[in-house]
Write a protein of this length. Structure first.
Length: 225
């Protein structure tokens, strides 16, 4: 199984770098579409938009419509749960009757569990860490939101943080040829050895968005079984 993991696109129409953010998103989706072999899914781990506005989500939906793989999303601290749910409800994977956007996808070699951690308190994160460590079936944790790549462990569970897709908001030092190119993660799963993560540099930058940002050329945990 191959998971294309992106995060922190921060789409906004009122930001000085709004066109750049749209271009970064579009270029990333185009790059994912060109992968061979293609990913089984695309996961966006939050901060899809910057202000939680309906028109921002409409743009995100239009960009994701170009993706060739199924897309799964969750909210970040800049997202609005109600507007995100309204924009992406056609996917049919959101749980009903719950304010939080938590759900599980069962159709793949690993169970994809998406956890809504929008504005959590320290106690909640501590409880999540303890729960993950006690479970015994979680094989990896993937997230975003710190706008830079990072890797570590939650007990014995490997954890990866994907960098920010919006290159103007990305943190960390990059060589000049990479400063305008988004970076995302590919997580490849094999039952024999688990997950291996590759950082993918977007190779081709899409053309600038036209009027209203329409482009002319886009924490999840995993358990076995």
């Amino acid at each position: 199984m191959i998971i294309a993991h992106i995060s922190d696109t921060h789409l906004a129409f009122d930001a000085p770098d709004a066109e750049r953010r749209l271009r970064d998103f579009a270029s990333t989706i185009a790059d994912i579409n060109a992968l061979d072999p293609p990913p089984d899914v695309i996961v966006h781990s939050g901060d899809i938009v910057h202000n939680g506005r309906e028109d921002e989500y409409a743009q995100a939906v239009a960009l994701f419509a170009k993706a060739r793989a199924p897309v799964y999303v969750l909210p970040g601290n800049k997202d609005d749960r109600a507007n995100l749910r309204g924009a992406f409800s056609a996917g049919g994977y959101f749980a009903e009757g719950c304010d939080f956007i938590d759900y599980a996808i069962e159709h793949y070699p690993v169970r994809l569990i998406v956890l809504d951690t929008l504005s959590p308190g320290t106690e909640s994160m501590s409880r999540l860490r303890n729960t993950l460590q006690r479970c015994g079936r979680v094989i990896a944790v993937f997230s975003g939101h710190v706008h830079r790549a990072a890797a570590g462990q939650i007990g014995r569970i490997p954890a990866r943080v994907v960098p920010c897709i919006a290159t103007t908001l990305r943190k960390g030092e990059y060589p000049p040829p990479m400063r305008t190119r988004p970076v995302y993660h590919l997580h490849r799963f094999d039952p024999a050895w688990g997950f291996a993560t590759e950082s993918r540099i977007v190779t081709t930058v899409s053309s600038a968005p036209n009027e209203r940002g329409l482009v002319s050329t886009p924490a999840a945990s995993l358990t076995e079984g």
